[in-house]
Design a binder for this molecule. Structure first.
Ligand SMILES: Cc1cc2nc3c(=O)[nH]c(=O)nc-3n(C[C@H](O)[C@H](O)[C@H](O)COP(=O)(O)OP(=O)(O)OC[C@H]3O[C@@H](n4cnc5c(N)ncnc54)[C@H](O)[C@@H]3O)c2cc1C
Length: 287
């Protein structure tokens, strides 16, 4: 299906882009790999596309003090190739490798993935597990939005209508921790039926810290904080971890569709969380 008619603008600066977004029917486009499919299905019908892909200087990964600063036009491919990512948050490269196919990874952006907030997107789970902020610019200036409050609901974030993500600032993996991303995908699109990122620290033979991000299960990616707490003090062994992760889908409005029932998704969440935690714990202290 063809999209409805729309106009196109390619501003040269974020200021110019913000000016164009004064039009209430305008929408930012980055890699286009989520927005264009929606437009073709006529589920989105913006009258003006504001392409931020021509603005110079928005594709980068910079290693700062404890943070990876990732520019708005940085693609999954850029993430896969970044030495800074491999050294300081290798689980992000691991998850980027799991997104779609080479064409999607060459065009889709990490910031676009967060802004789109697809309930089955891979990167939201990893971003929540790492922690950090989304740096957004609007006509009122710049602000940092903590990732813990960023995802509001299905396809909905706490970005305001006329705000643009300029940079995503992810914390690097804590020294000595191990991390893993486990995904069970829909074989045609490779979207996550369920995906789990775990970042685990081990000290004296037991888990001393755990951060987990889950995608594909509820209407938005989330951190199962009760599971994170239950893991602390446990031995990183099969039975102890299995018991600690049982509540990973509790209290979540688990989604069902033609690909997987809610019961199956909740089951996947428990299985993949156990696997991610054990794999991450096995990698801890080996960095
Ligand atoms: C065949 C196919 C398979 C895919 N498989 C997967 C998969 O396995 N896993 C996965 O996670 N994703 C998958 N995707 C989605 C892909 O990762 C998208 O590219 C990504 O989710 C969105 O990034 P984008 O740059 O393409 O955003 P766009 O499509 O350009 O934009 C998406 C939304 O975000 C907004 N937006 C984008 N950038 C910004 C910004 N800087 N500031 C504010 N708003 C912004 C846009 O206005 C729009 O509403 C797949 C897509 C396709 C087409």
């Amino acid at each position: 299906m063809f999209p409805a008619k729309f106009a196109y603008a390619a501003p040269n600066s974020l200021q110019e882009a913000l000016g164009l977004l004064e039009d209430p029917d305008a929408k930012v486009i980055a890699g286009g790999h989520s927005l264009l499919p929606l437009m073709k299905l006529r589920l989105a019908q913006p009258k003006l596309l504001v392409d931020i892909g021509r603005i110079p200087g928005l594709a980068y990964v910079r290693s700062e003090d404890g943070v990876l600063a990732i520019g708005a036009m940085t693609t999954y491919r850029d993430i896969q190739l970044s030495q800074d990512v491999h050294q300081r948050a290798p689980v992000l490269a691991e998850a980027a490798h799991e997104v779609g196919d080479p064409q999607v990874r060459a065009k889709g952006t990490l910031a676009g993935s967060l802004a789109h907030a697809d309930p089955a997107g891979d990167i939201p789970a990893v971003a929540l597990a790492l922690g950090g902020v989304v740096r957004a610019v609007g006509t009122g200036g710049e602000r940092d939005i903590d990732l813990d409050g960023f995802f509001v609901d299905m396809l909905t974030t706490s970005l305001q209508e006329r705000e643009i993500i300029r940079e995503v600032r992810l914390k690097v993996q804590p020294a000595g921790s191990g991390a893993a991303y486990q995904k069970f995908d829909q074989p045609a699109s490779h979207y996550a039926l369920t995906g789990v990122c775990a970042i685990i620290s081990v000290s004296g033979g037991s888990i001393s810290a755990a951060r987990i991000g889950v995608t594909g299960v509820g209407p938005k990616a989330y951190r199962p904080t009760a599971v994170e707490q239950a893991l602390v003090g446990k031995a990183p062994e099969e039975e102890a971890v299995k018991a600690a992760v049982q509540s990973v889908a509790d209290g979540i409005d688990v989604q069902g569709d033609i690909h997987a029932s809610p019961e199956y998704r909740a089951h996947l969440a428990r299985v993949l969380t156990r696997r991610a935690v054990l794999q991450a714990a096995g990698r801890a202290g080996k960095g």
